[in-house]
Design a protein. Structure first.
Length: 223
């Protein structure tokens, strides 16, 4: 059982059909591994009844807030609402294994932000070939634009006080929001750790669909 109090931020957009089941799974996992935690559902502009579904889940360990549309806005508002010094981002779709959370918590004091990297040599990433190709193209573009090591994007755990300034001024809301934050964190001299992840991504569309990668590449050029 880990003693690191943790706020887990869950952006939710049009997830009415799945949010109850997936949040329930996450809460059960956290109860087994963390003494103190909260889940903050960050509903961001849904056109279905995601907000109503999120409100029904509220409890001592589950909170729900509304934010502007987009993952960046959801995470920024979520960390502002967080009760604890450390926050983590997890997608609501259950594509990432929860095991990243306790692994990152064990080394949290050594780093300011820890990334669950799809490009880590020990990562186990399963996704459709076209999405894999699109993600690789995006990673190469990120490396050329920012000079950062490609990490494939995804889950992360961070010290809220240390990383919050790196959120400031990040205007984009495509898949490069995380890249922009990490670029600012690197320039600020923050300690960035990296862990392998297990991913089983069978979604249709998503941030690393060909359509969204193309949109993100346009954002990269404009940044």
């Amino acid at each position: 059982m880990l003693d690191l109090p943790l706020s887990v931020l869950i952006p939710a957009y049009n997830e009415e059909q799945h949010i109850g089941r997936n949040i329930g799974r996450l809460r059960a996992y956290l109860k087994k591994h963390f003494r103190t935690f909260e889940i903050i559902i960050c509903e961001n502009g849904s056109t279905d009844r995601t907000w109503q579904a999120a409100c029904k889940l509220r409890s001592k360990t589950i909170r729900a807030i509304q934010t502007q549309k987009g993952i960046y806005h959801a995470l920024n508002a979520g960390q502002a609402a967080a009760r604890y010094a450390y926050a983590a981002y997890y997608p609501v779709d259950d594509a990432f294994s929860y095991d990243f959370l306790p692994q990152a918590a064990l080394i949290a004091k050594k780093y300011d932000v820890i990334i669950g990297s799809k490009t880590h040599p020990e990562s186990d990433v399963r996704r459709p070939p076209l999405r894999h190709l699109a993600s690789n193209v995006f990673d190469i573009a990120v490396s050329l634009k920012y000079g950062l090591k490609p990490r494939g994007g995804g889950v992360m755990l961070w010290n809220v006080q240390k990383l919050r300034p790196s959120f400031s001024g990040v205007s984009t809301d495509s898949a490069i929001y995380q890249v922009a934050i990490l670029s600012k964190a690197t320039k600020a001299g923050l300690r960035i750790g990296e862990l392998p992840v297990k991913v089983n991504d069978t979604r249709k569309g998503g941030y690393f669909s060909l359509k969204n990668v193309t949109r993100s590449l346009v954002h990269l050029v404009r940044e």
